[in-house]
Ligand binder design. Structure first.
Ligand code: F6R
Length: 261
């Protein structure tokens, strides 16, 4: 995998937004997989700014969701559908029809998971999937010990992840749902380009294990090691546990500028 060390979160947002813009210039109807949480927000802001400046035409872009809480009422402001509509779809001027995600309020959750797998396949697969990483090494909501071949399914969040996400629910862990629907690791690995963004020192350990540790279901993000085109963008704080940081810096500096991520 390629590791790109950037000075701060905004620089990470800019570099990834430019990769998305480049993809949309080559393939205007590209399917962009988006993550929620705090980390990707600079990417969405930078992409919306490029679209507003006429740098890239996003009008045919398609957006898909990585995961969703189970059991939140439709329209709950912290459902991931609401978050993606608010942070990605609306700022890009897209309509809801360009957006797909798993149905976290379905009565039959396994059927909703199977339906989402089918929809992703029928859409031609994800062109670029943006990922965050949990402090426990999760991607999507594939918590430690998730099968590296898993497909979209229901998962139970760890207490650590619920504590990490309590800030979106007024700081009250009891308001954070226990269950989620998440694309499986096998599903995520089918995207043509995986881009993981991690910022802040609290991600340094998970990043080091993902990039330099063994491939292990205990660190679900380590599955990126098996992908032919995976890019890990980290700020200095999130890179602080990497033994090979200098090598990664030198490699990126020497890379032909036109190549993009
Ligand atoms: C969200 C998701 C999660 C987050 C991760 C990091 O859709 O899939 O894997 O990316 O929990 O969250 P933040 O960015 O809030 O630290």
């Amino acid at each position: 995998m390629e590791v790109v060390i950037v000075p701060d979160a905004d620089a990470g947002g800019e570099i990834i937004a430019e990769a998305m813009a480049g993809l949309l210039r080559r393939k205007p109807e590209a399917l962009l997989g988006v993550a929620t949480g705090s980390t990707p927000l600079p990417v969405y802001r930078a992409l919306a700014a490029k679209a507003a400046a006429g740098d890239v035409d996003v009008s045919r872009a398609r957006i898909c969701q990585l995961d969703e809480y189970v059991g939140l009422p439709a329209g709950h402001p912290e459902s991931y559908r609401s978050v993606v509509l608010r942070e990605v779809v609306e700022p890009l001027g897209l309509d809801e029809a360009s957006f797909m995600g798993p149905d976290g309020s379905a009565g039959d959750v396994p059927a909703a998971c199977a339906r989402y797998e089918r929809e992703l396949a029928e859409a031609g697969g994800v062109d670029l999937q943006l990922l965050g990483i949990g402090t426990d090494g999760h991607i999507g909501f594939n918590e430690p010990c998730s099968s590296l071949a898993s497909r979209t399914r229901i998962k139970t969040l760890t207490r650590q992840t619920r504590a990490d996400n309590a800030r979106f629910f007024g700081g009250d862990i009891d308001q954070v749902p226990h269950h989620v629907i998440t694309q499986g690791i096998g599903t995520i690995l089918e995207a043509r380009h995986l881009v993981l963004l991690a910022t802040g020192e609290n991600k340094a350990e998970a990043v080091a294990q993902t990039v330099e540790g063994p491939l292990s279901a205990m660190v679900p993000a380590s599955a990126l090691q098996t992908h032919p085109h995976a890019t890990v963008v980290v700020d200095e704080a999130a890179a602080s546990g990497l033994k090979l940081a200098d090598y990664f810096r030198a490699t990126y500096e020497a890379k032909p500028h036109w190549q993009g991520l």
